[in-house]
Design a protein around this ligand. Sequence first.
Ligand code: ADP
Ligand code: 5GP
Length: 193
Amino acid sequence: MKNKVSEGKLIVFSAPSGSGKTTIVRELLKDEKFKLEFSVSATSRDKRPNEIEGKDYYFLTVDKFKEKINEDAFAEWEEVYNNQFYGTLKSEIERIRKKGHNVVFDIDVAGGISIKKMFKEDCLTVFIQPPSISELEKRLRHRGTETEKSLKKRLEKAEKEMVFSKQFDVVIVNDILDTAVQEVKKIITGFLN
Ligand code: ADP
Ligand code: 5GP
């Protein structure tokens, strides 16, 4: 008789852009005891110089992205910014869970809430909150990835997203990075055990 394969759980990180969720997720992925694997999203935005196709994102044209929407290939997708689409492929979640690994998502607030609705108690949602909007602006400027226009877009969206923190299972304020990472590790340990 075949052994039943235990399916992995899902941990979603959402936050306004620049809060530090990518930084925190990278730290968590280094800790092998959690058996975490990153859900690589598809996006139609341009690749940043330091990003790797298939590791950070699957970079698609807008047309290709829309084709996948029509094929019902996404568990969730959002037009996060005007004409910049982001989405989680169903195949990506299945691939990771089937291995018995736990899936980690770095997705926007609306996407996070959608995944929670779908997977319920198998899913933990974590909202990474910046200490303030002015600190968020400082971090985004320091990251050096945005133009003045895209920076403004991200800050405007951030103000709206903060309101949704109440709908998440846990809120972590990312002030001192090490402290935030330790807090997240403690919560994940509880959730996975
Ligand atoms: P997000 O994925 O939420 O958009 P990033 O992880 O890219 O955010 O972080 C935005 C910038 O802020 C990066 O340059 C990162 O190095 C920096 N950063 C992350 N956490 C902290 C922190 N606790 N204190 C200061 N800078 C931080
Ligand atoms: P960035 O362009 O900075 O990589 O990401 C912009 C925003 O899109 C971030 O808030 C990020 O979490 C979100 N995002 C990334 N992938 C997905 C996804 O698959 N679905 C949704 N809904 N949002 C995503």
